[in-house]
Design a protein around this ligand. Structure first.
Ligand SMILES: CCCCC/C=C\C/C=C\C/C=C\C/C=C\C/C=C\CCCCC(=O)SCCNC(=O)CCNC(=O)[C@H](O)C(C)(C)COP(=O)(O)OP(=O)(O)OC[C@H]1O[C@@H](n2cnc3c(N)ncnc32)[C@H](O)[C@@H]1OP(=O)(O)O
Ligand SMILES: Cc1cc2nc3c(=O)[nH]c(=O)nc-3n(C[C@H](O)[C@H](O)[C@H](O)COP(=O)(O)OP(=O)(O)OC[C@H]3O[C@@H](n4cnc5c(N)ncnc54)[C@H](O)[C@@H]3O)c2cc1C
Length: 615
């Protein structure tokens, strides 16, 4: 859409006091990455078939999938070309914004996301060298997905009921779904697209259960795409979001696969049925760990999208004067509006930095695991659980806050805020539900509190537990360092309170698991345990208000620095030129309900009633 840039946005950009490009390079982890990202964006933007004329919301459930899958295979081809062609990407999962353009293409989710992001990466991480040589061929016919969750079990995966029973007479595993609750349910791409999958199932050898293992199973014919005999597969139906992805269900009726289809890098079943244990029995959960780490950066990016839309809109939107004799003000001038929006910008930066830090930690710990050293895995797991849980919860709350900050127009699908919310809130549940993951972290903290309470040696990371017990905490200091000390006090105080409740429940004769359940609200909540006083809180509050005023002139510059293209934002409210009302009117004109001046329903249903007595 042509036309001049909104005057208010022009003024905002003139006011900016820092170098926007420099911040963009920092966000992208270097100018080189910014250049690479822009090259990819431009390349993909020129592929006409990837861009829709009709807004997605007007398509049926079936059309949405068909449109998305058409685009997904074009993107897949481009991805392969990018890996071998002129634009080189060495590590496509580095959590920069390199792949952000897909948000614009799908306005939702790539139906091949699990194929690209989980299927291949699980094979790469958990299959033996020979298996990888066979399966990771660039011209492979496999379109795969990651099949773990069942109708009856998602969080408690030890409860998974699908079985893989070794038959030594034929050297095969028999995959079986014993009952309805054991049907696989949810995996992305399973409904219509995948012809293969990685299945999480309970391994049985000679009547002994060895727990959960991962198996590669073909489920559809590579040529005809019909389900193989013994496979019942389909799509689960419309969801709150993710409707461009065909999440599916799957049941096995004694479906046989070769023994060599179990992922055997860390654990093996030999020809005679001998079971060779892994070095750590949670290595099978490795893909969940990696996705939790990756998600933190993805959620930071979703926050930057929501902030860009809401800040630009708030700079353009004028409503109400502050003083009655003045003109109406930009809504961004209201301090309450700044509070809603600037925290979203800040949170995006926080989770971007933390996501990168976690990504590097994951790389380091994985390298250690390759060398046989599992020592850092529990800490990484505890951190990934907590950060995935809070980043998804914060992101969905803040995206919703941005939507509300756009008033009625934020409720329009054309603002793209409802779609970003539906996408973001799903992350609170998938890849480990919020509370369930927080309880994993609590379990880790309580273990170290017990050591502290028993005056046993603690790792350096937990020295602050000892400080808390010895009352070594400093008085509150109103500074970044002081705030960190305050948080340490809160964690220690909360862990102590939960631990004391746990001990009290145990002394009252409860079994540990029951005592844990009774303490679980305390184990997941945070309260104020620091030495902060009422005066300190008031001082912090006024410092916060001063900072809002300092950020205000740079607000548009800060979101411009996220450098998110209009084709990715897909928002009438958030486009770079700020021509909000023109874009809204243009989008409304695309509604099929505006095609006829008088809709045919008038003649069928309305007129017979309204004109009844007059005919
Ligand atoms: C343009 C093209 C685009 C291309 C795109 C390219 C790339 C994209 C790449 C990535 C994607 C990026 C972003 C993603 C965006 C969107 C995502 C889209 C789709 C969504 C996918 C969703 C997929 C899924 O949901 S898969 C299913 C996930 N399911 C779960 O997470 C289940 C949760 N439950 C569990 O994990 C476990 O049951 C548990 C809660 C951890 C408990 O396990 P259990 O065995 O019962 O263990 P227990 O509690 O008894 O603890 C025992 C012991 O083990 C320790 N433990 C547990 N887990 C682990 C672990 N993982 N690692 C290490 N240790 C572990 C635990 O702490 C205990 O220790 P201890 O005894 O206390 O010492
Ligand atoms: C959009 C989307 C995509 C998905 N994609 C995939 C996929 O590709 N592959 C796949 O395998 N799965 C996938 N899933 C499934 C997802 O991983 C699970 O839904 C998720 O792990 C939560 O499990 P659940 O549904 O069993 O929730 P439940 O565990 O039934 O949660 C319900 C409630 O019970 C509470 N609860 C459960 N256990 C405990 C406990 N021990 N202590 C305290 N409270 C507890 C929870 O906090 C929650 O409030 C997807 C899900 C969604 C929404």
């Amino acid at each position: 859409m042509g036309g001049r840039v909104n005057e208010d946005l022009i003024k905002e950009r003139r006011k900016c006091t820092f170098d926007i490009k420099e911040l963009t390079h920092i966000i992208d982890c270097g100018e080189e990455n910014t250049i690479k990202r822009k090259q990819i964006d431009n390349y993909i933007l020129n592929i006409k078939e990837l861009w829709d004329d009709v807004p997605e919301e007007y398509l049926s459930h079936k059309e949405r999938y068909e449109n998305a899958i058409k685009k997904a295979f074009i993107v897949l081809k481009v991805l392969r070309q990018l890996h071998t062609g002129n634009i080189q990407i060495t590590d496509h999962r580095t959590p920069t914004n390199v792949y952000s353009i897909q948000d614009g293409i799908f306005r939702n989710v790539n139906p091949l996301l699990i194929h690209i992001g989980l299927f291949w990466s699980t094979i790469a991480a958990q299959a033996s060298t020979e298996q990888q040589a066979e399966w990771l061929q660039p011209d492979s016919s496999m379109i795969g997905t990651y099949v773990q969750t069942e109708l009856g079990h998602g969080s408690f995966i030890r409860g998974i009921e699908t079985t893989a029973t070794y038959d030594s007479t034929t050297d095969e595993f028999i995959l079986h779904t014993p009952r309805l609750s054991a049907y696989k349910w949810w995996p992305g791409g399973l409904g219509n697209t995948a012809n293969a999958c990685l299945v999480m199932a309970q391994l049985y050898i000679n009547g002994t259960c060895h727990g959960l293992h991962i198996f590669l199973a073909q489920i559809r014919d590579f040529d005809t795409h019909k389900p193989l005999p013994g496979i019942k597969v389909g799509e689960i139906g419309p969801k709150m979001g993710f409707n461009t992805a065909d999440n599916g269900f799957l049941g096995f009726d004694n479906h046989r696969i070769p023994r060599t289809n179990m992922l055997m890098k860390n654990v093996q079943v030999l020809r005679d049925g001998t079971y060779v244990k892994p070095k750590h029995d949670k290595l099978t959960y490795g893909s969940m760990l990696l996705t939790r780490v990756t998600l933190i950066s993805d959620l930071a990016y979703q926050l930057s999208k929501a902030a860009t839309i809401a800040v630009r809109y708030s700079a353009v939107r004028r409503q109400s004067p502050i003083k009655s004799n003045e003109p109406e003000r930009q809504i961004l001038d209201f301090v309450s509006q700044q509070h809603k929006l600037f925290i979203t910008i800040a949170s995006s930066h926080v989770y971007r930095v933390v996501g990168l830090w976690m990504w590097n930690s994951h790389k380091r710990v994985t390298a250690d695991i390759h060398e046989g050293n599992m020592g850092q895995l529990p800490e990484l797991h505890a951190l990934a659980c907590c950060l995935k849980a809070i980043s998804s919860r914060d992101a969905s709350a803040l995206v919703e806050q941005c939507r509300l900050a756009c008033g009625g127009h934020g409720y329009m699908m054309a603002s793209n805020l409802p779609q970003i919310y539906a996408y973001t809130t799903a992350a609170v549940t998938y890849e480990g539900e919020y509370t369930v993951l927080l309880l994993q972290t609590a379990r880790y903290l309580v273990k170290f509190w017990r050591l502290a309470a028993e005056h046993k040696p603690l790792p350096q990371n937990f020295a602050y537990f000892e400080d808390y017990i010895k009352k070594n905490f400093e008085q509150w200091r109103n500074s970044p360092e002081g705030i960190i000390e305050g948080f340490k006090a809160i964690v220690a105080g909360k862990t102590k309170a939960a631990y004391d409740t746990l001990q009290c429940n145990l002394r009252n004769g409860r079994e540990f698991e029951e005592a844990w359940n009774m303490a679980s609200v305390q184990l997941t909540n945070a309260s104020e345990y620091s030495t902060i006083s009422r005066n300190d809180i008031e001082a912090l509050q006024s410092r916060y208000e001063e900072l809002l005023a300092l950020i205000r002139p740079n607000a548009v510059g800060l979101v411009d620095a996220f450098d998110i293209r209009d084709e990715v934002l897909c928002s009438t409210l958030g486009a770079y030129d700020g021509r909000v009302y023109e874009r809204m009117m243009e989008e409304a004109s695309k509604s099929p309900l505006n095609e006829d001046v008088v809709n045919e329903s008038f003649h069928k249903y309305i007129r017979p009633v309204t004109m009844k007595n007059k005919l």
